[in-house]
Unconditional design. Structure first.
Lengths: 514, 306
């Protein structure tokens, strides 16, 4: 398992030899070796910060290695820019979509296709590729009107249009429903069968085990193992990535039947922005001591629901929200915090924190109404103390003792934000996408924390795109689609498929039939 | 009355042409995601150096070319800081305006009060013979015709060519553009220089054709009106041209009001372009977040991570 697989008689598509990349004192890639064969789906695994993105950027000519080189079909090549990579036959599907919101789908495809104009000829080619691989595209629509799944299809179609021989996919399934994931996997299998090589980056180890026939595992910038994922378990792969055992979330408390704390009754909300999703008669109860998860594909009303529940935005046209029996429908976020609520929004930088301010300064954002942060003037001493306590308790790692929020990695910042709310000892915490883009270890810690505070009697509402996460931590689970919230059901008595189906249906009655 | 129409049309066209050209340049700059508030400074440098050049070389055409070069040079200063060093674009643009106003006054000092002969007019055969409108619309100087070519050219390039698509893409999201390997800074540099060229030409037109003398501060806020026009146009070239002629007409009306020919305080008319821009912004904003038509990364400095 720790030796590189013998390339055998097959000529490798791409081979990285001793790739090293430094950023200041940080060695992001340390003598990395990676080989992808044609007709192979190769997994690249590692926690956030393990150096996957850096490596992939060098494969696509977006960065230059400080040492080592890349061989394409046995020949040493210098990938000076993405055009050079594309000219060889390397395609890339980015994790954070590299799309242009105001431009049409066709214009987006043209921008990623050398020498192309957004004309009828390109539309023909795009339609043909889309049909071959079962990607459904409406070429005229502007991108900002599309869902995450539709956006990803643009990325993939754009990549396939160049008939690449090696395709790099950076976390392609993180925003897809189970059904969309199946469609994607079918397309990838078609590609593989045609002899393309695929480099597949994912945190979802079960998917990797299903799809990939080889894996390279990075930890701290070094290759720690080459493995055959089909011969491993998800737990053994995770161990290789993290270096020590990742414990599953400990058994949830089976209480979950305290008094109702948050009650949402037939809430209808008109969104603030023109293309937002209106909420239609959302009803939901979260009891003290339970975790309720709302699962759904991004852009189906989650942001609007979060904004309505926190009091940050949206025009409530009908219905009520009560906290512990008090009607808070018209109250601002600070007043809701006084009643014991805490909120962790999806956007870590710019929403949950001010990116360019220190962690201690960022305390005041959610504490000013309910906690002691000083008298007439802020007590910097007090803020530093509070920040230090959170950093210590939640193992937040940064470059200094009190770094700016933007200096932390996604996982560390999320731990800090969740920690900041937990320190207030809330009776209700609502978390939007608790572990999006967070590495496995931090994600496990955050999930465990949420389960723990529920066991200690808090009501916990989690809005997530990650079905695995919803199933792992929740007592009850509800799907959201197109602004319609399905009735929550006990997590133990439902299946991923049943929830996945509801995630694509706005018909509340359908669940009765299903 | 009818015999006044050609005269009025001609003065409106002459007043509107520098607005069209300067705003068109800034439109391209803003489509590429850069906000250059230095239009006024680039314009006055074009007016001053263009006039000086024309006097020294005794050629108004040479003056126009020198004016373009002067505008581009100022744009180059802006690009050096705002693109090369990723400084704050608003502050840099304001600095370019202030620098330009001062520098132009210094350079133009010895040329104050010198006259220039009018620039030759070009008649378009047949069309110029149309009664009433013909002489007004089709007997113009070279810059007016050039402005038409520029408008059509810019609209065509932005809408249908790959270069135009890349420029819009860079402006909409420089992060995405960089990830696809598009040369963000190079595209922006070209756009900024084009904007400078246009502003310089507009300025030289003012001193060499419109007033035919140089005086310090003679652009008199036209650079700011051009910037307002770009906002008013909300990404549509046709609206930019319509707005420029409308604002040009208002400026002429304001001159008449100053002379007492129209019974409205001239100050009200001076305010009108800005008031209309604010009104247009309100209307556009009610159409939704995307209504104002500004490029997605407008004004954000870009630093590639290499």
């Amino acid at each position: 398992m720790s030796t590189a697989p013998d390339p055998g008689p097959v000529q490798p598509l791409i081979r990285c030899v001793g790739i090293t990349k430094r950023f200041g004192s940080l060695v992001a890639n340390d003598a990395v070796e990676l080989t992808v064969l044609p007709g192979e789906i190769h997994a690249l695994l590692g926690e956030n910060g393990a150096g996957k993105s850096t490596l992939v950027k060098m494969l696509y000519g977006l960065m230059k290695p400080d040492a080592g080189h890349i061989e394409w079909k046995g020949r040493r090549v210098d990938l000076v820019n993405p055009e050079a990579a594309r000219a060889l036959g390397i395609g890339m599907v980015f994790q954070h979509f590299s799309l242009f919101d105001d431009l049409s789908v066709l214009e987006n495809i043209a921008l990623g296709t050398p020498g192309a104009r957004a004309d009828a000829a390109l539309a023909d080619r795009a339609t043909r590729v889309a049909r071959t691989y079962g990607l459904d595209l409406d070429l005229e629509r502007p991108v900002w009107t599309l869902s995450a799944g539709e956006r990803q299809r643009i990325e993939i179609a754009r990549c396939l249009l160049q008939e690449p021989e090696l395709i790099v996919l950076d976390e392609p399934t993180s925003v897809l429903t189970p059904q969309e994931t199946e469609t994607l996997f079918a397309s990838l299998e078609t590609l593989r069968a045609r002899g393309a090589g695929l480099l597949f980056i994912s945190h979802k180890l079960e998917e990797v085990r299903r799809l990939c026939s080889a894996a390279t595992i990075l930890r701290g910038g070094k290759v720690v193992a080459h493995a055959d994922p089909r011969a491993e378990t998800a737990a053994s792969l995770a161990r290789l990535m993290v270096g020590e055992g990742v414990s599953d979330v400990r058994a949830k408390a089976a209480v979950g039947s305290g008094p109702a704390f948050l009650v949402v009754d037939r809430l209808s909300v008109k969104p603030e922005i023109s293309h937002g999703i209106p909420l239609r008669e959302v009803s939901l109860t979260v009891r003290s001591g339970e975790v309720v998860a709302i699962a759904g594909v991004a852009g189906n009303g989650q942001s609007e629901l979060f904004a309505a529940l926190s009091g940050e935005g949206g025009m409530i046209t009908a219905g009520t929200i009560t906290l512990d029996g008090a009607d808070v429908t018209r109250l601002a976020i600070g007043q809701r915090r006084r009643l014991g609520a805490a909120y962790v929004p999806e956007g870590r930088l710019g929403h949950a924190t001010l990116p360019q301010r220190s962690l201690s300064d960022n305390i005041t954002l959610s504490w000013h109404e309910t906690e002691n942060v000083g008298g007439w003037f802020l007590s910097l001493e007090r803020l530093k103390q509070a920040a230090g306590a959170i950093i210590h308790r939640f193992d937040v790692r940064g470059p200094s003792t009190d770094p700016r929020a933007a200096q932390l990695s996604g996982g560390n910042l999320q731990k800090y934000i969740v920690g900041r709310e937990i320190e207030r000892k809330p009776r209700l915490i609502i978390v939007d996408q608790p572990t999006w883009g967070v590495d496995a270890r931090a994600a496990a810690l955050i999930r465990q924390t949420l389960v723990d505070i529920a066991r200690d009697g808090a009501a916990v509402l989690v809005i997530t795109q990650d079905l695995d996460e919803a199933f792992e931590i929740s007592d009850r689970i509800a799907a959201i689609c197109g602004g319609v919230l399905h009735t929550p059901v006990a997590t133990a008595s439902t299946t991923r498929e049943a929830v996945g189906l509801k995630m694509t249906s706005t018909d509340r009655q359908a669940e009765v039939a299903a | 009355m009818i015999e006044l129409i050609p005269l009025i049309l001609t003065t409106i066209i002459t007043a509107a042409t520098p607005l069209v050209i300067a705003a068109l340049g800034e439109h391209v700059v803003e489509r590429s995601g850069v906000l250059n508030l230095g239009v006024e400074g680039m314009m006055i440098m074009g007016a001053s150096l263009g006039f000086a050049g024309a006097v020294v070389l005794d050629s108004s055409l040479a003056g126009l070319v020198i004016g373009m070069a002067a505008g581009m040079a100022m744009a180059g200063v802006f690009a050096l800081f705002a693109l090369g060093l990723a400084t704050n674009q608003v502050a840099t643009g304001l600095a370019v305006t202030i620098l330009g106003l001062g520098l132009a006054g210094l350079i133009g000092q010895s040329f104050v009060g010198m006259p220039r002969p009018p620039i030759g007019l070009i008649s378009i055969p047949v069309l110029a013979d149309i009664p009433v409108l013909g002489p007004a619309l089709f007997r113009q100087d070279v810059v007016v015709y050039l402005s038409v070519v520029l408008v059509v050219g810019v609209a065509y390039v932005l809408r249908t060519t790959r270069a135009g698509l890349i420029l819009r893409g860079v402006g909409e999201s420089h992060g995405s553009a960089h990830a696809l390997g598009l040369p963000v800074l190079k595209v922006r540099l070209m756009a900024v220089l084009f904007g400078g060229l246009c502003a310089g030409l507009a300025g030289a037109y003012l001193s060499l054709v419109y007033t035919r003398f140089w005086s310090p501060g003679m652009t008199a806020g036209r650079g700011w009106i051009a910037l307002a026009l770009v906002v008013f146009a909300a990404g549509q070239v046709w609206r930019l041209v319509a707005g420029a002629y409308l604002f040009g007409a208002i400026m002429i009306a304001q001159l008449h009001a100053q002379a007492g020919a129209i019974g409205i305080p001239s100050q009200l008319l001076s305010m009108l372009p800005y008031l209309m821009t604010i009104a247009a912004l309100v209307v556009l904003s009610m159409a939704g977040r995307r209504g104002t038509g500004a490029a997605g990364s407008l004004g954000q400095p870009f630093v590639p991570d290499r």
